[in-house]
Design a protein around this ligand. Structure first.
Ligand code: K7E
Ligand code: CUA
Length: 651
């Protein structure tokens, strides 16, 4: 009792310190209330209410945070190598990073999106885009591991990605840059009419999550920025912002901002399915990698696929329509009812909201205002659902709560603005520190938002954190949105640059979280599931060490007969069948990474002995009281020595 009182007093004191610091000289903001600290405080030993999945931007990874505390729980390696977990370094996961450009160990990732059932987040998988070398990843939310990566052909700058339809029928991925398709050597100045864009539909197997590139839609050579699928009444459509409808290829900051309106492309993917069924596609030769991690073999494979089905938008009526939208729109967001499509025109004074019902009517009654490359442009006035007047400067993204409100970030005026869907009136505005990109509400891009928290992800954080040299951390800010007015609760630093985030109630994921890999189900080609199978095999200069790990020894722990110039494969199997007992493996002079082997799992590290000597190896994860004893020696002899292979554990 006494302790509780002391604690809350401390928190109150802390909170008031925060308040006075943050609001220095700008008291009127009043964003941070006195009990903010309590509202984000998760006491030791207790769990957060939500998982927050924040893209790592140029780190290529996915950050997993507890919300509301902002505590970092895990960095899931996705598109970048990670020496902490040996992802992309061990033999098993290297194929995950294979592409038709070779092994690509880095990317830039922006948009995580959680799988849905009936328009509601279901917590099975999370999909995420690689911007630079176009790919889409699927992360399994039982293991929190990257389970699959699909390269996207005929795409360049896979920014407009990865967006999940209402029953996870498809993950949709659009190109940002238009390019020659197929790629060829041609003058850049011949861009107009010759460069093209692709919108890819990856179907998802509902049993195992496996993706398949079902088809692509070929579109005019604009830039396609962001998208959201329709939901409920607009299910079957996807809406995509375009910019650079000028088709400029140089000094884009000027030349792509000429047109008063660009477009939101409304794509009818149910219609696309009909066209596919009716055989209205062409099968084009191309190349893309499809990489899958198998949980039984603990090993990934990479397969190069060779063709894709293509639907030509300009030749297939009813497939695509353009909704004029001012002015270089960035975010494209659909409200929970599926009726309203919000276009966030970066250079526009107002927010433009299109009506899905009006759009259908305009299509039906051919209320067109010309066409672009054979695609009808709908009449602006006839599809306009409403306008939010002068809400702020530089709108980027919008999300929704469960009470009919929308929240939009403004990059230039550095704020989140809350407005009412349908009446378009502004209800509240709160500053962010500073320059937010995306914002996220749990389920805020689905039919069912959990309108409790809003997370704004900020690009600039000068003066918010202790300086760390020229590079400052990027940051997320959490707001309580249960009341009429938003309440700023906390700041927390993030890995890389968070663009979008998906937040999911913990109860949808926590009960299904994997604890171990069953040793009996370990189908790894080089698994050693019992100590009697421990051995070393030489095949010319290749040496395979079949080693086990259990508290607190590595078996074998003495190895002799290795020679300079050998290629040594350490195949490590963790024999533990207990939650939270990984073992690590490190050997002196390793060029790659340590291994971090989960209970029941097998992983392989390749080691090139270059120097004669006796070199230690050890477990790199503090696993027990005798962790420091979990080690051994490997003797390396000259290349021409004739010392026999031998190994052992104890005498
Ligand atoms: Cu606005 Cu890449 Cu979604 Cu960043 S994007 S902010
Ligand atoms: Cu095993 Cu430390």
């Amino acid at each position: 009792m006494k302790r509780t009182t002391y604690l809350s007093l401390t928190l109150l004191a802390l909170a008031s310190v925060f308040t006075s610091c943050t609001n220095q000289g700008k008291k009127s903001n009043g964003a941070l209330t006195s009990n903010a600290a309590e509202r984000v405080y998760v006491p030791p030993g207790q769990y957060d209410e939500f998982y927050g999945f924040l893209s790592g931007g140029f780190s290529g990874q996915l950050g997993v945070y507890g919300i509301p505390s902002g505590r970092l729980l895990k960095v899931v390696p996705v598109f970048s190598q990670d020496p902490e977990k040996a992802y992309g370094y061990n033999e098993e996961t290297k194929p995950m990073l294979n592409t038709t450009h070779g092994f690509i160990p880095w990317d830039d990732t922006h948009h995580p999106d959680v799988s849905q059932t009936n328009g509601v987040l279901d917590g099975r998988w999370i999909f995420m885009n690689a911007n630079n070398t176009p790919r889409v990843a699927r992360i399994d939310l039982t293991s929190f591991e990257t389970a699959e990566i699909m390269e996207i052909p005929n795409s360049a700058g896979n920014h407009n990605s990865a967006f999940v339809t209402e029953n996870t029928e498809y993950v949709v991925a659009g190109t940002r840059f238009s390019v020659p398709i197929p790629q060829r050597d041609m003058p850049i100045k011949d861009y107009k009419g010759n460069f093209k864009a692709s919108l890819s539909f990856l179907s998802v197997d509902q049993d195992n999550g496996h993706m398949d590139l079902s088809f692509q839609i070929r579109l005019p050579g604009f830039n396609y920025d962001l998208a959201h699928p329709g939901r409920d009444k607009s299910h079957g459509w996807i809406f995509i912002t375009t910019y650079n409808t000028e088709e400029a290829y140089t000094l884009q900051e000027v030349n792509s901002s000429q047109n008063d309106k660009d477009f939101i492309a409304a794509v009818n993917w149910k219609k696309a399915e009909e066209y596919i069924k009716a055989g209205k596609f062409t099968t084009e030769a191309t190349e893309y990698a499809h990489n899958i991690y198998n949980e039984e073999t603990h090993t990934a494979t990479s397969t190069i696929k060779k063709e894709v089905r293509v639907l030509e938008a300009s030749e297939l009526p009813g497939l695509v329509y353009f909704l004029p939208t001012p002015k270089s729109p960035h975010g494209c967001d659909v409200d929970p009812t599926g009726e309203y499509i919000v276009g966030n025109g970066k250079l526009s004074a107002d927010l433009t909201v299109h009506s899905f019902t009006k759009m259908l009517d305009a299509i039906e009654n051919k209320k067109f205002d010309g066409e672009a490359y054979g695609i009808p442009i709908l009449n602006f006035e006839d599809v306009l659902g409403g306008t939010v007047k002068q809400p702020g400067l530089g709108p980027l993204h919008t999300e929704f709560d469960d009470k009919g409100n929308a929240y939009t970030t403004f990059f230039i005026s550095s704020e989140v603005v809350k407005w009412k869907v349908g009446t378009w009136e502004i209800i509240d505005r709160k500053p962010t520190y500073y320059s937010p990109g995306h914002l996220s509400i749990p389920g805020g891009n689905s039919q069912k938002p959990w309108g409790k928290y809003l997370l704004a992800m900020n690009k600039i954080t000068k003066d918010r954190y202790l300086p760390t040299g020229p590079e400052l951390t990027q940051s997320a800010q959490l707001y309580d949105i249960t009341g009429d007015k938003m309440v700023l609760l906390s700041d927390f630093p993030t890995i890389g640059e968070p663009h979008y985030a998906s937040m999911v109630p913990a109860e949808l994921i926590q009960p299904k979280s994997r604890k171990i890999y069953n040793l009996e189900e370990n189908e790894h080609a080089h698994a050693t599931t019992k100590d009697s199978d421990v051995r070393i095999e030489r095949n010319g200069k290749e040496v395979h060490v079949y080693m086990t790990m259990i508290r607190s020894h590595l078996n074998p722990d003495n190895i002799e007969g290795i020679k300079v110039g050998d290629k040594v494969y350490f195949h490590l199997t963790n024999l533990e069948q207990d939650f939270d007992v990984p073992h690590g493996f490190a050997v002196m002079g390793a060029e790659n990474a340590e291994l971090l082997v989960m209970p029941g799992q097998t992983e392989t590290l390749v080691w090139y002995p270059k120097k004669v000597g006796v070199w230690p190896f050890y477990c790199s994860d503090f696993c027990s009281a005798l962790h420091q004893e979990m080690s051994g020696y490997i003797r390396v002899s000259p290349e021409d020595s004739n010392i026999e292979l031998s190994w052992g554990l104890g005498d």
